[in-house]
Design a protein around this ligand. Sequence first.
Ligand code: BMA
Length: 326
Amino acid sequence: MIKIIGDNLPNIPWENKPAHSQAPIWRYSKNPIVGRNPVENVARVFNSALLPYNGEFIGVFRGETNTGIPYLYLGRSKDGIKITFDRLPIKVGDGNGGKVSFEYAYDPRLVEIEGVFYIVYCTSNHGPTVGMIKTTDFKYFEKLESPFLPFNRNGVLFPRKIDGEYVLLSRPSDSSHTKFGDIFLSRSKDMVYWGKHRHVMEAGYEWWCNTKIGAGANPIETSEGWLLFFHGVTTTCNGFVYSMGAALLDLNNPEKVLYRSANFLLSPEADYEVSGFTPNVVFPCSALSDAQTGRIAIYYGGADTVTSLAFTTVEEVISYIKKYAR
Ligand code: BMA
């Protein structure tokens, strides 16, 4: 039996697989869970992340303001589905009483490591790159050093140290709508200096992810390896199409890919994925898991417009990855 190595989460959002479905991942029947204009001055919320917190859920959300510029918003939820947002973006300090301002901030991932919550997101440091913020109470947020020079995006931290080091996935990019990109891994002992950079996965020979790929949700530890949901992009005559893929990485040497599904697991099909601000985008940024039942709930952005949920189980998704591994 394939197992999740981690905490139980009895109140994980959940819906059983529809009887007719053959897919390894199924959409929540009441998607999207966040529609347009969810809070004053925010036109769209998508590409966001939630975690369990004090028996409920807390999240960091990409809020596209009515200026068109994205910032990070805090949201709370009792059930992981109905979310209440703060009216203003998260205020961030420099750790010394000063304030930090952002040109923009988007695509946050949220992870807890040893009681500290880290927000990993994309921001500007004279060009887009990965930014890092920490908090222990969701009241005071402290900006940490940027792990990388520009240009880089899609930073995703592993939820625990491996061999005493923090491990961060990322995707070196360009200054615009990057037309290339593989997933790399870097290590740090202190969250300041990052090194030992390793290549993990290349944009596929498979057509659905042949332009670029980027890590999606924080990896989930399982008895078979780290389960990584990522996005893969193909280029059509009408632009990019973003789908969701999955792979299993070695528990001790996560730069080693054990299995990678040649098939996508979710590709834009639903109305809220194929139409919106950026049509044809499925973009995962976080996943909750329940060790006891093996249930997994994945949060993803639809068409850069809405936030949606999809479900699977560890048994189902890992069997699928192995069955369709190249
Ligand atoms: C990427 C990021 C994501 C977005 C995607 C599709 O480059 O900007 O936030 O969802 O493009 O537009």
